[in-house]
Ligand binder design. Structure first.
Ligand SMILES: *Cc1c(COP(=O)(O)O)cnc(C)c1O
Length: 433
């Protein structure tokens, strides 16, 4: 029963099982020797979980999954080739070809866009809650065929916080699960399972790995939701490939007793759609995880210093600053409950200038990288309305509170004074002071 910071270095890995290698080895192999026909029969009938073929599992990514399970006090996980694969597979699995997704408008641009592109094509509809800060809004929006509520715990670019516990209760009262995209928070700042989430997804590309050098995703479950409540018959399916060695039929609960949700994703979506995480990528995420707490805490501290600096510029170059640490931020109370260590390293501010001045400002910063990424060890800056959230139509941008003059910052690990000096020289340059 080790604590978080010990688990992030050791959980899910015993060097004795890997030639005493201290660093988790990268198993660069497609297939694994079956050796005997009995061993092969055991593996192909899910009676043994020894690795078989790297699209389905691999000893390197197995360690990553086991480590993340322990960091969340969860029961099962599946790692994938990107955060988008994690979001899409989780929602394909829960909807299974019919029904509706209920989501907030404050989502990663790609997630919302997948609803209109991928999901519509697969006979799944979606609804956006009218006011994500009002619990009644969620209750009102649930229809008889709504299969899931999907939210982000901490949002990009405005660092808003939702009342996860209350939303989980609305979902559970309706017999549906709550899936939380916890990418911005990372498990260091928040474990959504503690507040009623049933499934947690990550883009491990961001703060989880933290170095801007890998694209990866993961889906984690705690096996508490009652998938047998009548709304989710897909988990009681008995496809031929799940049969036991004696030929008898089995369902997903029989074959994946600790994790029917991620088990079905592995058996169907990962198996047939195939977004497997490469072992080398899994290794990079494991390496990044070793310093998760230290990195994220410094990012939070840096974000708070930048918030304080930008607030001194209000009435000059800055119109407003959005982060729970900002003065009079409507989310500071919720943040005190859900994010006692700090509400993350992402914030936004309104630049009080013309489109031309915004362009000049983005090109005038030198330390901040102008990139469509977040959660890197290096600090990043971008204008969401024409980049990360450009796929959202004007109505959805308005619902997500993304304005033309919104500038998003993702804090890295630099000396905060250098970051402040860089913003100041860019303001001076653009506004001619
Ligand atoms: C980046 C991101 C994703 C998509 O992840 P990729 O790894 O880029 O595919 C999903 N959700 C959130 C909140 C993200 O920030």
């Amino acid at each position: 029963m080790a604590r978080f910071d010990t688990k992030k270095l050791h959980a899910g890995y015993d060097p004795k099982d890997h030639n005493y290698a201290v660093s988790v080895p990268i198993y660069a192999t497609t297939a694994f020797e079956l050796d005997t026909v009995q061993r092969s029969d055991d593996m192909f009938s899910f009676d043994s979980w020894d690795p078989l073929y790297t699209r389905l599992s691999n000893p390197t990514t197995d360690v990553l999954e086991a480590r993340l399970v322990e960091l969340h006090n969860a029961t099962a996980a599946v790692s994938l080739a990107s955060g988008m694969a994690a979001v899409t597979y989780a929602l394909l699995n829960v909807t299974a070809g019919s029904g509706r997704i209920l989501a907030t408008p404050r989502l990663y641009g790609g997630s919302i866009d997948s609803f209109t592109q991928v999901f519509r094509e697969n006979n799944v509809k979606y609804d956006i809650v009218e006011d994500p800060d009002d619990i009644e809004s969620y209750k009102k929006a649930i229809q008889p065929d709504t299969k899931v509520i999907f939210i982000e715990s901490l949002t990009n670019p405005n660092a808003t916080v939702l009342d996860i516990e209350a939303i989980a209760k609305v979902a559970h009262d309706a017999g549906i699960p709550l899936i939380v995209d916890n990418t911005l928070a990372t498990p260091y700042l928040l474990n959504p399972f503690e507040f009623g989430a049933d499934v947690v997804v990550y883009s491990a590309t961001k703060g989880l790995s933290g170095h801007g050098n890998v694209v990866a995703g993961v889906i984690i479950e705690n096996n508490k939701f009652d998938w047998k409540n009548g709304k989710f018959p897909q988990f009681s399916d008995q496809p031929y490939f799940l049969r036991a060695q004696d030929g008898s039929s089995r369902d997903y609960f029989d074959v994946f007793p600790d994790g029917p949700f991620t088990g079905r994703i592995r058996a169907i979506h990962l198996n047939y759609l195939g977004a497997a995480l490469a072992p080398f990528s899994g290794y990079l995420v494991l390496l990044g995880l070793e310093t998760l707490s230290e990195r994220v805490q410094k990012q939070v501290d840096n974000a708070e210093k930048i918030v304080e600096y930008l607030e001194t510029r209000i009435g000059k170059e800055v119109l407003w600053v959005k982060h729970p640490h900002a003065k009079n931020n409507p989310y500071s109370e919720l943040a005190a409950k859900y994010f006692p260590k700090g509400a993350g390293g992402i914030l936004s501010f309104g630049l009080d200038g013309t489109a031309e001045q915004r362009k000049d400002f983005l090109e005038a910063v030198k330390v901040w990288g102008f990139q469509a990424n977040i959660g890197d060890a290096k600090s990043l800056i971008i204008n969401p309305s024409t980049t990360t959230h450009t796929e959202l139509n004007p109505e959805l941008q308005k619902a997500a509170d993304i304005q033309d003059n919104t500038i998003r910052l993702s804090l890295g690990l630099e000396d905060p004074q250098d970051l402040i000096d860089d913003l100041q020289q860019a303001f001076d340059k653009v506004f001619g002071l």
